[in-house]
Design a protein around this ligand. Structure first.
Ligand code: C2E
Ligand code: CA
Ligand code: CA
Length: 695
């Protein structure tokens, strides 16, 4: 029996290599778990290579540490084969520990495969000696070496699986585990070696063509160390990089959160802003669609905030808004959203159990605002106007809901503020239609959509036509011919009435010129003036220009202003009327009897005509009061030297009555409806012929 001996230095080195290889393997297992995409396979391949080479070279160095009295060599192909086995079983082990879970059965199976792999490598490495006669293995020690290989593998796999995540003392624990594993691997090797018996007179068959010599030790050692060092270094650097990336990602997340907070909240009050609100409304709509239920959207506008802001300054205004926000917010449930969407405008989104609950919430909010606010040493008083919409019911999407809530809020304001108002379809359709109409009205002049219709006026006694009143019509592309009641108010609100009125004046004068040219020298054209036109400084010039441009004598034109307009700013009106009167223009007080004129004042007005309001004429035959009023007006007019015109004459009875009471001229559907200029002449011709026939 040949007795072998060991070089202690090489044994120690083999132990170090085993530990280093174990540490590298554990470290790489950690890398694989956090790697993504192709990185997983790269780490696994590189890891298997490094670890395989490590285990194998430990074995090889261990072999080289062993010397027999005879010379030894190693068969190249078998040695290479043993290396391949080491790499493959390392690869399998790495794959196994990078799985999301490692149940016991799988661990046991893995340990078996890996332990067998290591043993295979070892005994293949031994076989590379090609001893003749063959090595005689002690069965007990052989079995022990196998058991150690499988047991060590099980421990290694379990430790690697546990240690793959980053924990506080991971490096230290990993180092300890690497030591245990290194000892186990080395133990397996030397147990295997102890099992081997070399018969006396054995001969190493690999001596001729195989690897041999001491320089081989250093070559293997250096290569192995280099491979392990590179693997470990790469792994450590990559881990650092990853840690830094993770830190960066974390601070980026924080920055993002901060940005989101800024982007979704109002900076002054910290309440959600319009963007976040819109998101929440969409969520609420989605929730109702999914689970039913309902919610209310309340548009809250503070009444009287602007005066506070103006009187005490922005600083106090801001503090007040903050106080309002805090007070409102303080009384809501956490799932409700209170957003600030403009200066002093808030929107509240509340989930409701019953639609009826909305009222309680609204009452509470209104009351909360109406309590005194103590801000910067001032006691400030505010109220709020609330518009409420319910979903489902008051709109399909958030835009419509918000618009309707806004319309309801305006309604609440218009009926006296400091209160709430539920949305009703009429509010919105009015508002929206008005808006559209206003846009159309802006374009109407340019697109020549206005027309004048002329309603004839007749002498009460002779029934002869004495002229016409020009009445404005709008040929709307969609709504057809529109009466002035539907758009004059709008035009007055937006001062569009000025250019429109100017057009009316010119068009009426142009028409009058035509009639003059056709021989109607005694006719007069009446044009209505609105209060806005009347107080416009350019009026007198504008009238003068119209007359001049169409070559009309001033007394062909009657300007009708309502009694209320004329009496409004009495002194200013008087001056304008005086200038018009001085020009020779005829002046008529329209709708007379509906306002409250002072007789004193009426006496000073340079008017020529009083036009009795239609309202008195309508009920003339039934209501004796109206008859009395009309006779009083007639008497008054006669006393002041004014002509009296009655408008709205619809029946023969009215006509007879008014004539008898002493009206000078008459106007009404009975005698002639407003009509376009083209029809006017022929109608007048026809009625004159009729009159002549009667006479
Ligand atoms: P207004 O000046 O009192 O005009 C008389 C209105 O009574 C006209 O209505 C006319 O069609 C209507 N009318 C005439 N006869 C009868 C009748 O027998 N029965 C009844 N029920 N109604 C009769 P229209 O044309 O709709 O004009 C309404 C108002 O619009 C006018 O009242 C006037 O205030 C204003 N308006 C009309 N054209 C103009 C204009 O060019 N400029 C200005 N600023 N206002 C105008
Ligand atoms: Ca009129
Ligand atoms: Ca009138």
């Amino acid at each position: 029996m040949l007795t072998g001996s060991y070089s202690p230095a090489l044994v120690l080195i083999s132990l170090c290599v085993a530990m280093l290889a174990s540490y590298t393997a554990l470290d790489l297992a950690g890398r694989i778990v956090t790697a993504k995409g192709r990185g997983v396979y790269l780490w696994m391949g590189g890891g298997a290579l490094a670890m395989g080479i490590g285990i194998w070279s430990m074995h090889f160095i261990g072999m080289l540490a062993f010397s027999l009295p005879i010379a030894l060599g190693y068969d190249i192909s078998l040695t290479a084969y043993s290396l391949l086995i080491a790499v493959l079983s390392s690869g399998f082990a790495l794959w196994l520990v990078s799985q999301p879970s490692l149940p016991w059965l799988q661990l046991a199976f893995g340990a078996l495969v890996m332990g067998t792999g290591i043993a295979c490598m070892h005994y293949t490495g031994m076989a590379a000696l090609r001893m003749l006669p063959g090595i005689d293995y002690d069965p007990a020690l052989f079995g022990a070496s196998l058991a150690i290989a499988v047991g060590a593998s099980a421990a290694a796999l379990w430790i690697a699986f546990r240690l793959r995540m980053h924990t506080p003392y991971v490096r230290q624990i990993r180092g300890l585990a690497a030591m245990v594993m290194g000892v186990a691997i080395v133990g397996m090797h030397y147990t295997g070696m102890a099992a081997a018996n070399f018969t006396e007179g054995s001969y190493c068959g690999a001596l001729v063509n195989g690897l041999q010599g001491n320089s081989l030790v250093y070559l293997v050692l250096i290569t192995t160390l280099a491979v392990l060092a590179v693997a470990l270094l790469t792994s450590v650097l990559d881990a650092r990089l990853e840690a830094r990336t993770a830190a960066l990602a974390h601070s980026l997340t924080l920055a993002n959160q901060e940005l989101t907070q800024l982007a979704l909240h109002d900076t002054l009050t910290g309440l959600p802003n319009r963007t976040l609100l819109s998101d929440r409304i969409d969520q609420a709509i989605g929730k109702v669609a999914e689970r039913g239920g309902c919610f209310a959207l309340m548009f809250i506008d503070l009444d009287g905030f602007k005066p506070v802001n103006d009187a005490f300054g922005h600083h106090v205004g801001d503090l007040l808004l903050k106080a309002v926000a805090a007070r409102l917010r303080g009384h809501l449930h956490s799932q409700d959203t209170l957003a600030r969407i403009g200066g002093d405008e808030f929107v509240l989104l509340v989930e409701l159990r019953e639609p009826e609950d909305a009222m309680d919430v609204a009452v509470k909010q209104v009351n909360l605002v109406s309590r005194t606010f103590r801000v910067a040493e001032h006691d400030l008083q505010l109220t709020a106007s609330l518009g409420i919409v319910l979903y489902p019911g008051n709109g399909q999407d958030q835009l419509e809901l918000l618009r309707n809530a806004d319309a309801a809020m305006y309604h609440a304001k218009s009926v006296g503020k400091n209160g709430y108002c539920f949305f009703d379809a009429s509010m919105n359709s009015n508002a929206r239609q008005q808006l559209q109409l206003l846009q159309d009205l802006r374009a109407a002049l340019e697109q020549r959509q206005f027309r004048l219709h002329y309603q004839p006026k007749f002498d009460a006694k002779s029934c002869a036509p004495i002229g016409a009143e020009a009445l404005l019509r709008w040929e709307h592309p969609q709504h057809g011919l529109m009466q002035p009641d539907r758009f004059i108010g709008l035009a007055e609100k937006t001062a569009l009435i000025i250019p429109i009125g100017e057009w009316v004046l010119h068009e009426a004068c142009r028409q009058m010129r035509c009639w003059l040219d056709q021989g109607q020298a005694d006719w007069r054209m009446a044009v209505n003036l609105s209060a806005i036109q009347f107080s416009h400084p350019g009026l007198v010039d504008s009238v003068a220009r119209a007359l001049r441009e169409h070559g009309l004598p001033a007394n062909c034109l009657t300007l009708e202003i309502t009694e209320t307009t004329a009496m409004h700013d009495a002194d200013a009106s008087l001056m304008v009327l005086q200038r018009l009167s001085d020009m020779g223009v005829d002046l008529s007080i329209d709708d007379f009897g509906t306002g409250y004129s002072s007789l004193m004042y009426l006496k000073r007005l340079p008017a020529n005509e009083l036009k009795i309001d239609r309202g008195f004429v309508r009920d003339l035959e039934q209501d004796s009061d109206d008859a009395a009023i009309i006779s009083a007006i007639v008497a008054l007019g006669q006393a002041l030297g004014l002509r009296i015109v009655a408008e709205g004459v619809e029946t023969g009875g009215q006509q007879a009555f008014l004539t008898r009471l002493g009206c000078d001229s008459l106007q009404g559907y009975l005698l002639g409806q407003p009509m376009p200029a083209e029809q006017f002449m022929s109608r007048m011709q026809a009625s004159r012929d009729g009159n002549e026939a009667v006479a």
